[in-house]
Design a protein around this ligand. Structure first.
Ligand SMILES: Nc1ncnc2c1ncn2[C@@H]1O[C@H](COP(=O)(O)OP(=O)(O)OP(=O)(O)O)[C@@H](O)[C@H]1O
Length: 270
């Protein structure tokens, strides 16, 4: 069963007279219980895709489903309800996920609103991200790395069906980063929380069950269990991964040779 699905998603930003096509025809299915790392070069469209899945942006074209609800068909009240019932979100700037004058413990407890407060879970989440000792410090006085770990605990407070996290380890050292990955994995295994995590951190992508690489606004390749496969797009487009550009440079011409189970591309000179 899929918890998140995108079909033909296009996102165009308009700033003054300039148009930026951030996503151009993205199809993606995320099944329940998967932990997915969203990879790709800077500006590829990863944050944009995460915001669309979080219902924080409406796509210029295409559709996004969360747990069977087509987000584009919902009014704001229903959208808020679907988000509250399904999602835990960690935005890139960790401070934006927190209430600065509340303590770490109060931030996590506040995120449990709607559910019965579960004090054990508050303490457990804070211990697991290494913040047990400063649970009574205000979030606004914490370092960037501490706020980042707290933001992950807050996002998981409500046992969301889907965790969406944008670079949740960018300000963390190796040990704290591993604790966050472990928390995400345990949430998947023990509570069935699916995760989609934008990351540049190899330790994070290695710890998750699948990688999806966005290049130039499209899903370029997908990896599972150590094998990376290119994805054939809607119109048959395939992106040649950068590590093969010396064999088939962008702009070169290739002959297609059919095989029983696929094709071979051979560069043609001149
Ligand atoms: N609000 C906006 N207005 C205009 N252009 C935007 C806006 N947000 C993003 N973009 C542009 O859209 C493209 C994709 O941006 P996005 O932030 O999704 O990429 P990213 O893969 O997350 O990059 P990074 O790894 O650097 O965070 C970029 O060219 C970016 O400059």
């Amino acid at each position: 069963m899929s918890i998140a699905r995108c079909e033909g998603v296009v996102q165009i930003y308009r700033a003054q007279d300039v148009e930026v096509v951030a996503l151009r025809d993205v199809d993606l299915v995320v099944d329940e219980g998967e932990t997915v790392a969203l990879l790709g070069p800077s500006g590829a469209g990863k944050t944009t895709l995460l915001w669309l899945l979080a219902g924080l942006l409406r796509p210029s074209a295409g559709r996004v489903w969360i747990n069977g609800s087509d987000l584009g068909s919902l009014d704001q009240r229903k959208l808020d309800r679907v988000r509250a019932a399904n999602l835990g979100v960690v935005l890139q700037n960790p401070g934006r996920n927190l209430i600065p004058y509340l303590t770490a413990a109060q931030n996590v407890a506040f995120a449990q609103r709607g559910l019965r407060r579960d004090r054990r879970r508050v303490g457990d989440l804070l211990d697991r991200v290494g913040l047990g000792d400063i649970r009574d410090s205000p979030a606004g006085r914490m370092s960037g790395g501490e706020q980042q770990r707290l933001a992950v605990a807050v996002a998981l407070a409500n046992r969301p069906r889907l965790l969406l996290a944008d670079e949740p380890t960018s300000q963390l050292d190796g040990e704290s980063g591993r604790a966050v990955v472990e928390l995400i994995r345990q949430a998947a295994e023990q509570e069935g929380t699916t995760a989609v995590v934008v990351t540049h951190d190899k330790a994070v992508s290695d710890g998750l069950s699948r990688t999806v690489t966005i290049r130039d606004g499209r899903v370029g390749s997908e990896g599972r269990r150590g094998e990376n496969l290119v994805v054939v797009g809607r119109e048959g487009a395939v992106q040649v991964p950068p590590e093969y550009h010396h064999l088939l440079p962008p702009g070169s011409r290739a002959r297609i040779e059919p095989l029983a189970d696929g094709v071979v591309l051979r560069r043609v000179e001149g």
